[in-house]
Each structure stands twice: as C-alpha cells, then as structure tokens.
Design a binder for this molecule. Structure first.
Ligand code: BES
Ligand code: MN
Ligand code: ZN
Length: 508
C-alpha cells in the first residue's frame, strides 16, 4: 500500500472511497464532512438527524454517492466526544475508515487528516503522523500461511488530503515519520505472529542481521559457547532443554558518536516458544506461547525505526532468544543456576523462564555495556493480565523520571502504560532456602515479584521493566481486535521504544 499526502479538495477526488469524520453529538457535519454533505444535498445531515450516523469513536458509516461525487463511497468515521479527543483517537479513526472501505472492496482511498481540523485542533504534523500510523497499522494482516489468499481484500493507495497548501510540508514530514513507526510496529507483529517452528532463535537472529544491514546498525550475537564464557548460567539454564541454538542478539545504533555515552539499552524477552519446560503448561492455549518473543520482536523492530529516524543518541538493542522446552537435558525445579553477576537462583518453576533469560541480558546491558537508561519489554507474567487486562502495559521502574516519560509517551502513542509498585516488602516471596534468590514467589502479586526479581540484575542503573503479557494482545485467550490494534501480537511497545530514543536524544 502506498501512502501519499497531497493538497486538494476531497469532494472532487476520484477513487473508490473517501473518509471524512464527525464528532459524537454534532448535529451538523463540518469541514470535509460538511463539504461532502453539500455535494450530497444534505444526506449526511439527514442521517445524523435520524441517528444513523452518531460519530461514536471507532464507528464507520458507509454512504454511497451514486455519482453526486466522483468517489463511489463516503465513509464517515466517528471521533467520539469533542472534549475527549486525543491524538490516539485520530489514529483510531484513521484505522476505522480505511478498514471499513477496504472491507467494502475499495482499492484507492482518500481521507481528510483526522484531528487537523479546527475542532480537533491537533498540530498538523502530529495529526498527519497519527493518521499515517492508524492507516498502516489498521490495514495490517497476517495471511502468509493460508494457501489461498485470492479473496483477501487489500488497499493499493491511501491519500491524505489537506486543503491548506501551507500545511503540506509539515504534514508530509509527520506522515513520513508515522510510516516508519507503523512499518516497524507491523514488523514486530509479523515476527510475533510467526509460528514457533519458523521463528526459532536462529531465524530471529537472521532477521536481526538483515535489519542491521538495511539500516546501518552493528550486529553481534552471543552464542551458547560465548554465553558459557560470560557465565550466563540463567540464560543457558533455560536454553538447556532445547535443541535449537540460543542467541543473545545485539543490535547497535551509533547516533551519538563512538566516544559519547554508551546510551539507551532496549532489552527484549524472546522465548520463541514457551512450553513451560518441565513445569509444563496446560495444553489449552499453549499455542499462544509462540508469541512469548513479543518483547524481543519489539526491540528489533524499534531498532529498525531508530536506524531510519537517526536520533542523536546511541541505542543498543539486546534480545535474549531461546525456546523453553522439556527434555532429558532440560533444567528442573530444584536446580540452582548462577547468573553472570554471580547471583545464584533456585528454580521453583521452569515456567518462570523469562526473568532468567532477562537476568543475564540485563547484567550484560548494565554491567558490561554500561548502558543507561535500560528498558526491557517482556511477556513476563500471566498475573499482569489479571492486574491490568489488555489495555495497559505495567511499568516497573527504579527511576521516577523514566516512569513519567514512559507514561507521557504511552498517552501519545496509544501504547498506554501504568506505573506499578515494587515495594521491597514483596521481595520476601523470592527469598530462597538454598540460594540467593528463587525464581517464583507463588501467586500473590506475580508481576511485582517478576519485576523485583529482575531488579537484582540492573545494579544502580536507571531501569524500567515493561510487562506486556496483556497489552501485546492475544496471549491469554481470545483478546479482541481494537481499532488499529490487531488481536494477537500487536507490536507493543515498538513505538514506545522509538519515542523514548527520540525523547532522550532531544529530538521530540
Ligand atoms: N510467558 C509466560 C507469561 C505469560 C502467560 C505471558 C500468559 C502471556 C500470557 C511466562 O513465562 C510464565 O509462564 N510466567 C509464569 C510465572 C510463574 C511460574 C511465576 C506465570 O505467569 O504463570
Ligand atoms: Mn513461562
Ligand atoms: Zn514465558
């Protein structure tokens, strides 16, 4: 699909469908919708009066033009209540419009820039960015494993149309940035949706290598032998049961120059399939654990976008990739592992494997590479879904500024975050009788326990842990598609990571 930004009048545009918008409760269409309404001799006004077009957020009302306009169809998307309007709602409206038209068979679509009008009042650059993101994210589909895709509907071209030529330049810049962010997010989605037999640690490393090559990044891997030398006993303990070679994959973007601070560290959990190991998971729903590499996918995807956007900062992405399988060689409950910072860990459950692979990745990031701040993303705990459901990521951090920055970024990107507590009192639950720590502390406060475990491996570094088990979508039961977010492996927190790099670089 090609995205364009052009100046022009939506009422004279020729193609399969045009998208205009309406705030909830508005009695008359304005802006693009108003102009279209005139050409349609008041049809939209009538439908609003009849209550058939309400402007509810996420709604998309389809109206046939029957030659009163050069476009075949008009899609009126709802923006929700004017007083509640946000940048993310522009993103959601953009997705709703193109998806509805695509499903109606449209190939060539034009849209107003939702939110850029006088009532939406967003700055034109951010609005164009959000619209571009919503369109590209909303149209994403994962069909590669179906043998017959002949009935699948796809869009060829979407044009963002703006009447005011003076806004064109900033809108083009915003849309270009939105394209980079959305394509990166879609890459994370592709990687997460791949089945475990295709998306092995080896394959993930190959993809990282390609991302590096295309985007001017340095690529490196730590294989089993090197991990042994580095004393990464926690990572290797998890990998022990699998015949697939594990890798710690490292991508480095040098935007701050070689001599400047080591820079931001982005760390991702990439269990390419989490069976639970010897502490085997129930078989119902186990197939979803192909997505247990979503954190790692977001790191690789964010590194692609960072390479393309070139912020003035160094960024290193570290992805701890392995399978977690039971076998005659697998690690077991009762085993004691030693992580690369010397801490010993008693294994209570081999299913609490994410914190183990992250432990060594975090030591490598903070102690060896001296990265700061360091942010990890992981589908770490089922308890996260109990705590926050699917709409917010839990943020666990030792740094107030970082927490606040992530909260702000979350509201802008729509990858919403929520600060979670990490009181030391909870740490009681992971005291071991046999070692420095144990890897599971029972059911209460499961996500906090996971975070407190990780805290042992970051030293004094400013750090945040993002538990995306719920927010990444689909990993527990049937989550629903939501606006521009698909239901399984929606790419969270790819855009958060990129925004963080941009913010720390002082670019925006
Ligand atoms: N990958 C899972 C967590 C998960 C479960 C994410 C469902 C998304 C959906 C993780 O490795 C895990 O199994 N965690 C255990 C930890 C427990 C044994 C302390 C959990 O949440 O049950
Ligand atoms: Mn597990
Ligand atoms: Zn897991």
């Amino acid at each position: 699909m090609e995205l364009k930004v052009q100046t022009g009048d939506i009422t004279t545009w020729k193609g399969d469908g045009i998208v205009v918008n309406l705030f909830e409760g508005a009695m008359a269409p304005d802006g693009g919708a108003g102009a279209v309404d005139k050409k349609l001799r008041g049809v939209l006004t009538k439908l609003i009066k009849r209550g058939e077009i309400k402007g509810k957020l996420g709604s998309a009302a389809m109206v046939h033009t029957f030659d009163k306009l050069p476009a075949d169809r008009v899609c009126v998307v709802g923006l929700g209540k004017q007083g509640e309007f946000t940048l993310d709602r522009a993103r959601q409206a953009a997705a709703a419009g193109v998806k509805a038209l695509r499903n109606a068979g449209a190939k060539k679509i034009a849209s107003v820039v939702h939110g850029a009008g006088s009532l939406g009042n967003l700055d034109p650059e951010s609005a164009a960015q959000a619209n571009a993101e919503g369109i590209i994210l909303g149209l994403w589909q994962f069909r590669k494993y179906f043998s017959d895709n002949s009935d699948v509907k796809t869009v060829d071209e979407v044009v963002l149309l703006e009447r005011d030529p003076s806004k064109l330049k900033v809108m083009k810049a915003g849309a270009a940035r939105g394209e980079i962010l959305a394509h990166a997010t879609n890459l994370a989605r592709d990687l997460t949706n791949e089945p475990g037999n295709a998306m092995t640690p080896t394959h993930l490393a190959q993809i990282a290598k390609e991302i590096a090559k295309k985007n001017g990044l340095e690529y490196e891997v730590i294989d089993r032998d090197k991990a042994k030398k580095l004393g990464m006993g926690a990572f290797l303990g998890v990998a022990q049961g699998s015949d697939e070679p594990p890798y710690i994959i490292i991508l480095r973007y040098l935007g701050g120059g070689k001599k400047s601070a080591p820079g931001l560290g982005l760390i991702g959990k990439a269990i390419t399939f989490d069976s639970g190991g010897i502490s085997l998971k129930p078989s119902e729903g186990m197939q979803d654990m192909k997505g247990d590499m979503a954190g790692g996918a977001a790191v690789l995807a964010a590194m692609q976008a960072i390479g393309q956007l070139q912020p003035a900062i160094n960024v290193t992405g570290i992805v701890a990739a392995t399978e977690n399988l039971p076998s005659g060689k697998a690690f077991k409950p009762g085993d004691i592992l030693k992580a690369s910072n010397g801490k010993t860990i008693e294994i209570i459950s081999t299913d609490a494997e994410g914190r183990l692979v992250l432990a060594d990745a975090l030591v490598y990031a903070t102690k060896t590479l001296k990265l700061a701040p360091v942010v990890d993303a992981a589908t770490l705990t089922g308890a996260m879904v109990v705590a926050l459901g699917h709409h917010r990521t839990g943020v666990f951090s030792n740094d107030k500024e970082l927490t606040e920055l992530l909260a702000k970024i979350g509201e802008e990107t729509g990858e919403k975050n929520w600060a979670m507590p990490m009181d030391p009192e909870y740490a009681e639950q992971i005291k071991s009788e046999w070692a420095d720590l144990k890897n599971s502390g029972g059911r209460p406060a499961g996500s906090i326990i996971g975070a407190l475990f990780l805290k042992h491996f970051v030293g004094e570094t400013a750090w945040a842990h993002l538990d995306i088990a719920g927010s990444v979508g689909g990993l527990i039961g049937a989550n629903k598609e939501n606006g521009y977010k698909n239901k399984f492996g929606n790419g969270t927190p790819t855009r958060t990571f990129v925004h963080l790099a941009l913010a720390l670089a002082g670019k925006k």
